[in-house]
Design a protein around this ligand. Structure first.
Ligand code: PHE
Ligand code: FE
Length: 285
């Protein structure tokens, strides 16, 4: 995930390079950490067949991730061959512009530390489990991989235009919490969902949240919550749709959107292509 946080950053930033990367220092992971990783993987892998999109499932099955926290180097050889992406070890969240620069150069920042056992079900900041399990399989998909790079380039531009909040909402509702409409039904491709034991079911099965067709401008004005399950999920019909809808220059979009108000996370609009109208009792902003 990316995003702002109002508490002190977790992670050791004392050894960062100019681009915020560090050594993964794989040998420093403890036996307990590898064990916790295995438990996280076992729980999540059991849910993936039912809730994850096939692009994610197909790649996950080929990654040797279950024995313990993976060595990024080993994955990098395969990722380079598949889509020319690479993983870059980082101590945790990095500044927006640094994050965008990495993506624009097909480098995905992966946090090196693992959560504590008490955070098995829930963690506020991205750790290596979220970053790796949630994001890495999708980087093997050629169209999604290109989307991520385009997003990074768009981020550098949005930063110059003072529009990163609008662009961050797109990341949130696609890369982190996106759903895709498939022959099997709605499936998850967003990393925030795929790395969550609770939300992976909730997003597809719960009657509470709205599920609405992908709409670029609508998403860029929809606020989101970072500490609860999402109240609205946006559904793409394919990765080509996502890539093509985001290809045009966003500068005029940012201009137009500045004149419009923001939408609450739970709000539905008459123009929405509704897959499911949420029935959550509390629909307040
Ligand atoms: N087309 C966007 C722009 O001009 C860049 C972008 C591509 C942003 C894909 C997000 C995702 O800013
Ligand atoms: Fe993430």
């Amino acid at each position: 995930m990316t995003g702002q946080t109002d508490h002190a950053l977790r992670g050791d930033y004392s050894r960062i390079r100019a681009d915020y990367t560090v050594e993964q220092d794989w040998g420093a992971y403890t036996r307990e950490e590898h064990e916790l990783w295995r438990r996280l993987c076992a729980r999540q892998a059991a849910l993936v067949p039912r809730y994850a999109c096939e692009e994610f499932r197909a790649t996950l099955a080929t990654l040797d991730y279950e024995a313990g926290i993976p060595r990024f180097e080993a994955i990098n050889r395969r990722l380079a061959a598949a889509t020319r992406w690479e993983l870059a070890a980082v101590p945790g969240l990095v500044p927006d512009l640094v994050f965008f620069e990495h993506l624009a150069n097909r480098r995905f920042p992966v946090t090196v530390w693992l959560r504590e056992p008490g955070e098995f079900d829930y963690i506020v900041e991205p750790d290596v489990f979220h970053d790796f399990f949630g994001h890495v399989p999708m980087l093997f998909n050629p169209v999604f991989a290109d989307y991520m790079q385009a997003y990074g380039r768009g981020g550098i531009k949005a930063h110059a235009l003072g529009a990163i909040e609008m662009l961050a909402r797109l990341y949130w509702y696609t890369v982190e919490f996106g759903l895709i409409d498939t022959r099997e039904g709605l499936r998850a491709y967003g990393a925030g969902i795929l790395s969550s034991g609770g939300e992976i079911r909730h997003c597809v099965e719960s009657p509470e949240p709205n599920r609405v067709g992908f709409d670029l401008l609508r998403i860029m004005r929809t606020r989101y919550k970072i500490d609860t399950f999402q109240e609205t999920y946006f559904v793409i019909r394919g990765f080509d749709e996502l890539f093509e809808a985001t290809a045009p220059d966003f500068a005029p979009h940012y201009e137009a959107l500045r004149a419009e108000g923001l939408l609450a996370p739970s709000e539905l609009l008459p123009a929405d292509r509704v897959y499911h109208r949420g029935n959550a009792p509390q629909r307040a902003a």
